[in-house]
Design a protein around this ligand. Structure first.
Ligand SMILES: [Fe+2]
Ligand SMILES: [Fe+2]
Length: 254
């Protein structure tokens, strides 16, 4: 089985870009399942229900989210009923949505988990304990697990990867919008990369218009961020599995 994980989707122009390219790529690379982080789809802050539906129409099978999960109000209800969108599992129980789901791909049951880090981010519940509990609760109900670790600090992501090595087959980081060059098979057999990167316009700063980011960083005045313009590129990693084990993984850009 081949799983494609895509980095944070920035802006609806990127949804259009994926609509034009992702189905062809799926066919060419024989991809069975696509998981993408959609937290920046609707003008950087969050994802509205309409844009989520459009993203799921491009060839993305499951959307994960992050610290911008609740940026658009109309996603709250959609999250409660969604089967193809998950949000970080370590938000308080009152927060709308689900932190994991089990999806069926080619007869295999995939436990897909989304979790947020806490270093330089909101002080959510422990990602370690939260995911431990999910694995315990779902034990016997899935063939292998996949996890999006949405976090700022590379150390925290790598620490989580080693903690869950051998228990979660496919692990990747999101949130920084910059791809890392450390695709690897960990000692206990899990496939891992610290950050997938971003799917979005290149002529900006992490997908945001550069003038706005510069104004913010130079003046410390409140600035409303919008999506940058220019050419779009998509970053991701393809994990190739044999049964429930990752055999190879490689970065792609299209
Ligand atoms: Fe992001
Ligand atoms: Fe984020």
């Amino acid at each position: 089985m081949r799983i494609l994980a895509l980095g944070d989707i920035v802006g609806t122009q990127t949804v259009d870009y994926l609509q034009a390219h992702l189905w062809n790529l799926r066919k060419r690379e024989k991809i069975d399942f696509v998981i993408a982080n959609g937290e920046n789809t609707s003008d950087i802050r969050g994802i509205c229900a309409r844009d989520a539906a459009a993203l799921l129409d491009t060839g993305v099978d499951l959307i994960t989210l992050g610290n911008h999960t609740y940026g658009k109000r109309d996603i709250y209800d959609a999250l409660e009923n969604a089967t193809r969108i998950i949000r970080p599992a370590n938000y308080p129980p009152e927060a709308p949505g689900n932190g994991y789901t089990v999806v069926c791909v080619d007869g295999w049951k995939l436990l897909c988990i989304n979790v947020c880090g806490r270093v330089y981010m909101d002080p959510l519940a422990s990602p370690f304990d939260t995911v431990d509990r999910i694995l315990e609760r779902e034990r016997g109900g899935y063939d292998f697990a996949v996890m999006d670790i949405h976090a700022e600090a590379t150390s925290e992501k790598l620490a989580m990867a080693h903690y869950f090595d051998g228990r979660i087959a496919v692990m990747f980081g999101t949130h920084t919008h910059v791809p890392t060059a450390d695709t690897q098979i960990l000692p206990q057999g899990s496939g891992y990369v610290t950050d997938l990167g971003m799917c979005g316009p290149q002529n900006g700063i992490l997908g945001t218009a550069k003038e706005q980011v510069l104004e913010k960083l130079r003046t410390f005045m409140p600035v409303h961020f919008h999506v940058a313009d220019g050419d779009i590129r998509a970053n991701g990693v393809i994990f190739e599995l044999e049964d429930t084990k990752v055999k190879t993984l490689r970065r792609i850009e299209f």
